[in-house]
Unconditional design. Structure first.
Length: 544
């Protein structure tokens, strides 16, 4: 097979030499020891001279091969040129482009010089050293180039802009190069490991995240496991090597367009750099007692205090920056059942939405804007049943929107929405409460939006009346939910949905008859999202 032919050809070379960059630790060190065990002489490249010299001596002693340390910083022009010259001075049969590090932080805040140095190391060094080594390999009709990349090539993420972009470049470079080299005797590999136990995450920039202590041990691999997978894949002459089925699942999901969902799951394993939730600076003056609409008095802090009604004396707790106006123990009927259903559903909400949009033949961007454009959002916006915040990125793009507030009954949904807001440092006011008793003052919002849920509220009339009450005169209100077709789709795909009704679900009917007759510009469209949703829109009377 391929493996046997590779081994046979490899062993016919009497004097094989491998050059490994980033050889002083981690995957680079493991690769050096493996190649030395295979009989390769070594050129070991890294920035730390003492480490290189110790590794070179270990390889000479254990495996009786020549090992040459070469100190070079591949983030600099001088370092790249130095290694290029060494490649030109003697045949290299096996090249491992492994050197790498990260510049972690917001792209706009990182000095451009640091980003350019990272591009030198991750991209330019890979290209130039590969170019320097290939002519000799092609002449001998034997050789291997392993570019150590990362699953980050497929999973873009915040604070890693240049790192992920560079890894994507390296992967594309390797894929295209493989097409050129087919049949030449030179093998290339895109090696894309996930979390690897090395010194990479020991850098000071990661210290606050305590990554090694916090990420489950089953997600980590040793450098030796990564190198074993690389050798196996190389012997089989396969281009892409993703060590481990867990990493393969992440990449598969990313290639199916689920990168954001996968990264949210992945990010949830990491502790936040902040130890506590610090609520954004939002105006709480429009909050009101949901029972009597009396004004509220803050005692303590917005992070962990209480709100006391000045009229009826009811006290509402603030939990991690979110006021809680509807304790689950006070809920009844469908409201109680659906609060629990959406708590667990919040975990898969993003994935479910993406798959659902794909199934009905639209994109998330098209679907969200189809509804939001009807709202014409501006000024102070309230989203009732905000869920995990899936509409927030789109709402924030409307230039006339000044402030955004969101409320939901489900604590699970709000926890994920809070994480989204915190990660992006958005100023969004969040509250937990019942849509049938909104915790806001009269005439507080310029635009009011509700997507998903009202079909199965205990009292739809109260919910609509409440949205009208908190809207300013002239404000537009948009209410969307599943049509009967959409509800039947949920029954077949969403665990727990059908059983929540105990066999007593009524057919969905858009609540247009519940809109008070004095409302203006009343419109009902039952063709939203290819007929899976309806949109009910109207305007509160009065000057805009």
């Amino acid at each position: 097979g391929q493996m046997e032919r590779w081994k046979s050809h490899e062993q016919r070379l009497p004097d094989r030499t491998a050059l490994i960059t980033g050889a002083s630790s981690g995957i680079g060190r493991a690769y050096a020891l493996r190649l030395a065990a295979e009989g390769y002489n070594l050129v070991l490249v890294a920035r730390r001279t003492e480490r290189l010299e110790a590794l070179a001596e270990e390889c000479r002693t254990r495996f009786a091969v020549r090992a040459e340390p070469l100190t070079a910083d591949l983030s600099t022009e001088a370092g790249i040129a130095k290694v290029e010259q060494r490649i030109g001075a003697g045949a290299i049969d096996f090249l491992v482009n492994n050197a790498g590090y990260d510049v972690f932080g917001d792209f706009a805040e990182i000095p451009i010089e640091k980003n350019l140095a990272l591009i030198n190391c991750l991209e330019l060094a890979t290209v130039r050293l590969t170019r320097a080594a290939l002519p000799g390999m092609l002449q001998r009709r034997f050789g291997a180039v392993v570019n150590v990349i990362s699953i980050g090539a497929f999973t873009p993420k915040r604070k890693d802009v240049i790192y992920c972009a560079s890894k994507a470049f390296d992967n594309s470079f390797t894929e295209s190069l493989a097409l050129e080299l087919k049949g030449s005797g030179v093998r290339v590999q895109s090696l894309c490991p996930g979390l690897t136990l090395s010194e990479f995450h020991d850098a000071p920039q990661y210290a606050v995240y305590r990554i090694k202590e916090s990420v489950p041990s089953w997600l980590w691999q040793t450098p030796e496991v990564v190198v074993d997978a690389s050798f196996q894949t190389l012997g089989e002459n396969r281009l892409l090597c993703i060590p481990g089925w867990k990493n393969q699942m992440i990449v598969t999901a990313a290639r199916l367009g689920l990168s954001r969902f996968m990264m949210r799951i992945f990010a949830s394993l990491f502790p936040s750099a902040r130890t506590t939730w610090v609520p954004p600076e939002t105006d709480w003056s429009m909050l009101a007692c949901p029972d009597c609409h009396g004004s509220l008095i803050l005692e303590g802090t917005q992070s962990a205090g209480t709100l006391t009604c000045s009229e009826c004396g009811r006290i509402y707790p603030i939990v991690e920056g979110i006021p809680r106006f509807a304790g689950y123990e006070t809920l009844q009927g469908m409201n109680r059942r659906f609060a629990g259903l959406y708590d667990w559903f919040s975990i898969i909400y993003g994935l479910f939405s993406k798959v659902a949009f794909s199934f009905i033949g639209t994109t998330e961007n098209e679907a969200r804007t189809e509804i939001l454009d009807r709202l014409e959002p501006h000024g102070r916006v309230l989203e009732v049943s905000i869920g995990p915040g899936v509409n927030l990125p789109y709402l924030r793009d409307y230039p006339a929107v000044r402030e955004i507030y969101g409320m939901d009954l489900s604590n699970g949904q709000l926890a994920r929405c809070r994480s989204l807001v915190q990660r992006n440092r958005w100023q969004i006011g969040l509250a937990q409460g019942n849509a049938e008793a909104l915790p806001y003052q009269d005439d507080s919002f310029d635009s009011v939006l509700h997507i998903g849920g009202i079909n199965f509220f205990d009292d739809k009339q109260k919910a609509i009346d409440e949205m009208i009450r908190v809207a300013r005169p002239g404000a537009k209100i948009v209410i969307c939910d599943e049509t009967e077709r959409g509800a039947r789709g949920y029954e077949g795909t969403l665990p727990g949905f059908k059983s929540s009704f105990h066999g007593e679900r009524e057919a969905v009917k858009p609540p247009v008859d519940l809109v008070p007759p004095e409302m203006e510009d009343v419109k009902l469209d039952e063709t939203v999202w290819k007929g899976w949703f309806y949109a009910l829109e109207f305007r509160k009377p009065g000057s805009k």
